[in-house]
Design a protein around this ligand. Structure first.
Ligand SMILES: Cc1cc2nc3c(=O)[nH]c(=O)nc-3n(C[C@H](O)[C@H](O)[C@H](O)COP(=O)(O)O)c2cc1C
Length: 254
């Protein structure tokens, strides 16, 4: 599987079989993912992997909290900005619609939606859970590093024929996770990740993506190949940034 195939076939899978994930496969993936880049090579991720009895215990304890209507622990970080503005609000809503439509959950069926959300804490049936913690003194740049690391893990899992679902949902019941995992106090739980083999009978949701022009701006102006002078031109008034205020007087490349 090449990188494009791994990227294209990765998606948030929310239905797994109970087929165990071999320990050596997880070790191979995590060994390779340790090559992920990080600013200053801090490698700020602290990873725990749960399978078997510890995972069963965690699922059981969290299921009890969910069943009792427990809304979760005090948040240590905001999953989303409090007021999600356009276009992010619409994108989030569309992803939710696509997900519930794939599951056949009608709009307004809050109980069915709640059940779908609660499946997070059963790892959607997956037999393995990765938990990514960060030192609470780390800043935004290190959180971004953790994101790169998690994506590397997810792509390598594809190369192993496995699927995954990243899950901030585990942070909702972080105290229960901590009871089972016993992380040092200095660590904060960012994200979980269910890992396993996809249940072919589950109904996958395929999310859309914004058109490239919405999220990417090319700045042109170095001229054609062979323009050795690298004359900075054409940024003003033409190119994709036109009319959008993306004017960036960059120095010529070296
Ligand atoms: C950091 C992160 C946290 C996520 N948390 C959850 C989660 O708690 N539960 C869930 O079902 N999906 C979660 N997702 C999956 C996203 O909803 C999903 O990646 C997004 O809708 C795009 O769909 P795709 O991954 O299938 O392409 C998370 C994804 C990321 C990157």
């Amino acid at each position: 599987m090449d990188v494009y195939e791994a990227v294209a076939s990765r998606r948030a899978v929310r239905g797994f079989t109970d087929e165990p994930v071999p320990r050596e496969v997880l070790e191979r993936v995590l060994h390779a993912a340790a090559r992920s880049p990080s600013g200053g090579n801090l490698q700020p991720w602290n990873t725990y992997v749960l399978t078997g009895a510890p995972l069963a215990e965690l699922k059981k304890r969290v299921a009890e909290r969910v069943a009792s209507g427990d809304p979760g622990d005090e948040r240590e970080y905001a999953m989303y900005p409090p007021e999600l503005e356009s276009p992010y609000r619409e994108r989030r809503a569309a992803a939710a619609e696509q997900r519930y439509a794939a599951l056949g959950v009608p709009r307004g069926d809050e109980r069915a939606r709640a059940r779908a959300v609660a499946a997070n804490w059963d790892c959607f049936g997956a037999p393995a859970l990765l938990l990514c913690y960060l030192d609470r003194r780390m800043g935004r740049a290190q959180w971004a590093d953790a994101g790169m690391y998690l994506q590397t893990v997810m792509l390598l899992l594809r190369a192993e024929g496995l699927h995954s679902c990243a899950q901030m949902a585990w942070s909702v019941y972080r105290a229960t996770v901590a009871e089972v995992v016993s992380p040092p106090e200095r660590l904060i739980l960012f994200c979980g990740m269910s890992i396993g083999f996809e249940d072919a009978s589950a109904r996958p949701a395929r999310t859309d993506r914004a058109p490239l022009a919405e999220t990417v701006t090319f700045l042109t102006g170095w001229g054609d190949r062979g323009d050795q002078a690298g004359e900075a031109r054409a940024v003003h008034g033409r190119g994709p940034g036109r009319g959008r205020g993306h004017v960036c007087p960059l120095p010529p490349p070296h």
